[in-house]
Design a protein around this ligand. Structure first.
Ligand SMILES: [Mn+2]
Length: 330
């Protein structure tokens, strides 16, 4: 008997992930252990409402695996996909006030300040691909956690330095207003990394790292010449120029500032190309990694306790944001 068209359809798998190091490398670990042909849904770091791209098209028994994107920012699309009877597994560390229970929904969400999505996946996989998890933790600026994991995994200083450089470069590549600002599209980067069981082999075999590293150094050199708009012992605000390099390096520069001044909170504002708004990266002081998400949320942004961002801050609201940051951290 001929099969009906319905039963002939093979269920599809979608990997939906942030285009930064944490998103790409969370997915990397998962797919090394659970290989599957997947459609990749990702974008620049700020492009977090990714699920809406596919939710209206998914079908019953399709599988969606989400990494490092906020559940709250995708809740409507999530409901659409569940109504269409897809199965969803969600790994994330962003604030999630809208968590729910559903037979087709599995959540691995942990919002602790010393956790990133790649470390959540690492725990679920019992550390099977720890080196990639460490690389991601460096990329997400969890330096102390990553150093500790690297030491306990038996890596020497040179190896830890290599993983840190790789993580920072992959993370750096995700920042930009659009894919055009980036050196490599996140889909291409995820595909370039996908075959590698070890980041060390990737570093030896691929020229992707040297491309990103050269771009990173170049952009960072520009950024380090920018004077702070405001700076005291507890808060600093930088406004970068309206250039592609500034949009690319803003997040990495924010992390670099945070690491050099661990007692200070930082805000890095970068003009958007199309509108009279800024993208703002906010970093809580490393010594007090709290409230960044709360500050960002007040201006329509979001993120984590230690690091958060605003995609569209009206230029006129910048003084107001600075006041809020001073109020919280001074
Ligand atoms: Mn992350």
């Amino acid at each position: 008997m001929p099969e009906s068209p319905l039963s002939m359809r093979v269920s599809k798998a979608y990997d939906v992930f942030n285009g930064d190091a944490d998103g790409i490398l969370a997915r990397q670990q998962w797919r090394l252990v659970h290989p599957r042909e997947c459609e990749l849904i990702t974008g620049v770091k700020r492009d977090v409402s990714l699920l809406s791209r596919i939710a209206p098209h998914v079908e019953a028994s399709d599988d969606i695996t989400a990494f490092d994107i906020s559940l709250d920012a995708n809740i409507d699309a999530c409901n659409v996909a569940l109504q269409r009877q897809a199965h969803i597994v969600w790994f994330d560390h962003h604030r999630a006030d809208k968590q729910f229970i559903h037979p087709h929904f599995t959540a691995h969400i942990n919002t602790a300040a010393d956790v990133c999505t790649s470390l959540i996946v690492d725990r679920v996989l019992d550390g099977t691909h720890r080196a990639w998890a460490i690389t991601a933790a460096y990329g997400d600026n969890l330096i102390r956690v990553a150093d500790r994991l690297a030491a306990s995994a038996g890596y020497n200083t040179n190896q830890a330095v290599a993983l840190r450089a790789l993580g920072e470069c992959i993370n750096y590549n995700a920042y930009g207003e659009s894919i055009e600002d980036l050196h490599i599209s996140p889909v291409a980067l995820a595909n370039a990394i996908a075959p590698y069981i070890s980041p060390f082999t990737f570093l030896e075999s691929s020229d992707v790292f040297s491309t990103l590293d050269a771009g990173y150094r170049d952009d960072m050199h520009h950024a380090l010449n920018i004077k702070a708009e405001f700076a005291d012992a507890s808060v600093a605000l930088f406004v970068l120029p309206n250039m592609a390099w500034a949009r690319r390096v803003s997040g990495a520069f924010a992390n670099d500032c945070a690491n050099r001044h661990p007692a200070r909170a930082h805000a890095i504002a970068t003009p958007n190309h199309q509108s009279a708004t800024y993208t703002v990266s906010i970093r809580a002081p490393i010594a007090n990694p709290n409230h960044a998400d709360v500050v960002a949320a007040e201006f329509g942004g979001g993120g984590r306790k230690s690091a958060a961002g605003i995609n569209q801050l009206a230029i006129a609201d910048l003084p107001c944001l600075l006041k809020k940051i001073q109020h919280i951290y001074s």
